[in-house]
Design a protein around this ligand. Structure first.
Ligand SMILES: Cc1cc2nc3c(=O)[nH]c(=O)nc-3n(C[C@H](O)[C@H](O)[C@H](O)COP(=O)(O)OP(=O)(O)OC[C@H]3O[C@@H](n4cnc5c(N)ncnc54)[C@H](O)[C@@H]3O)c2cc1C
Length: 396
């Protein structure tokens, strides 16, 4: 049986995967490039089948307890007056939680069953009939039975095993940025957003958290030559795109440009014909990123990791069978959740007329709450979640 499995990336996908692989009797090792678990990010949704995954992991009550208590979304004009305001309480067990809080809960749950190596990255992989020889930037070479890339949209595992990312990234015509923000710039427990044609700047404030989170999205028809590690280029791009914008954008922008953890990237999806190549497979954003506007990133990560571990276990560790069933069973859900067209037009209208129509829709009695809007915009999984529990190994 393929027992020793290396996972690249300790975020939502890698941590969920490590937990389930250990539960099924595998021996996961997680390698993360950052020196520690990465916090940061805005609220992400745990909904649909991700709730079932979290319940089966026994962490749903902790996720509920750490939920971000954002009431709703307010679109404002240049003077900060409300143009449209909508409540977006999630329904049932659905939870919005800060990404860093979710990662911390998943890590706490996974750490006893897996080996964790922080501050290193896979540098090379050579696979043969029996396993994969892996070299690292810092540590000595090691041999594993299987390798899983859970290392995000700019995955190193994908580049090494499947080729350059340009083959798989589908540009969505926009760039986005996340950064910390002075909470005084936003309304407590609300997401406040300001639009000018082709640009959106906003601030996210959860009442359970002291800080605010700034969000920026701007339209750019053709992608620039972009290096996702060049932070100086990121700052220039953001400063140029939001120069001269009204409302509190100059202050949000100044804060973002001063934030050492400013995150800027093109808005893109990952579309791949195959998520595995021999003994190497991909999961989460590395394989099927939906982009932040899909609102499905954490969901796809948790459900995909659960399915991948479960199918490997169901196949008795046979990676050929397990990887194939993982892709066959999950492709439909991925395709559905990657449909982001209406979301993007609502978030970043291209014209003042478009923004006016968006605001009218938001205020409409038919869609007078984002809960209603979300039911329309947020797709659901296409197949029932398989129950792999019977394969779980009881650990003493
Ligand atoms: C710090 C951070 C903030 C985020 N904020 C938001 C947000 O506000 N809104 C949103 O919608 N999505 C956000 N995301 C993305 C979101 O987490 C994902 O879309 C989704 O949860 C799927 O997660 P993932 O684990 O597949 O990928 P990611 O969350 O992108 O995690 C990939 C992990 O792999 C690590 N990694 C990358 N390269 C290597 C390498 N060579 N070797 C080892 N490790 C590597 C990264 O450090 C990271 O921990 C954020 C991600 C991160 C890392």
């Amino acid at each position: 049986m393929n027992r020793r499995i290396l996972i690249s990336g300790a975020s939502i996908t890698g941590l969920t995967l490590a937990y389930w692989l250990a539960r099924h009797g595998f021996e996961p090792t997680v390698i993360e490039r950052a020196p520690g678990l990465r916090g940061g990010g805005n609220g992400v949704d745990v909904r649909d089948q991700a709730i079932e995954v979290a319940e089966r992991m026994g962490i749903m009550s902790r996720i509920q307890a750490a939920r971000a208590d954002v009431v709703g979304m307010a679109y404002v004009d240049d003077a900060g007056r409300n143009l449209a305001r909508m409540v977006m309480q999630t329904g049932g067990d659905e939870v919005e939680i800060m990404r860093g809080d979710l990662a911390a809960i998943l890590h706490q749950n996974a750490r006893d069953g897996a080996e964790f190596v922080f501050g290193d990255s896979i540098a090379g992989m050579i696979q043969d009939a029996d396993g994969v020889m892996v070299t690292f930037d810092h540590g000595g070479p090691r041999r594993f039975d299987l390798v899983i890339g859970a290392d995000g949209i700019h995955s190193t595992v994908r580049r090494l095993a499947f080729g350059p990312e340009q083959r798989y990234l589908r540009y969505l015509g926009h760039y986005f940025a996340f950064a910390d923000a002075d909470p005084a710039l936003g309304e407590n427990r609300w997401v406040t957003a300001y639009n000018e044609p082709g640009r959106m700047a906003g601030i996210y404030r959860s009442g359970n958290h002291a800080g605010g989170k700034a969000n920026f999205i701007f339209r750019r028809r053709d992608p620039v030559t972009f290096d996702h590690r060049d932070s100086e280029q990121h700052r220039r791009l953001l400063a140029e795109a939001f120069a001269g914008m009204g409302w509190r954008v100059p202050d949000l922008l100044a804060g973002a440009l001063a934030d050492p953890d400013l995150y800027v990237d093109s808005l893109a999806q990952v579309r791949m014909p195959a998520w595995s190549s021999g003994r190497i497979a991909l999961a989460g954003d590395a394989a099927y990123c939906g982009s932040p506007v899909s609102g499905c990133g954490a969901r796809l990560a948790m459900i995909g990791a659960y399915r991948l571990a479960g199918e490997l276990a169901a196949a008795g560790g046979d990676h050929k069978v397990g990887f194939r069933r993982y892709q066959e069973g999950f492709t439909g859900t991925v395709r559905r959740m990657q449909q982001v067209g209406p979301n993007l037009r609502l978030v970043v209208p291209r014209s003042r007329l478009g923004a006016g129509i968006r605001n009218a829709i938001v205020k409409s009695p038919l869609l007078d709450s984002l809960a209603g809007m979300e039911r329309i915009l947020s797709p659901k999984s296409t197949r029932p979640l398989p129950d792999y529990q019977r394969l779980a190994v009881t650990r003493s």
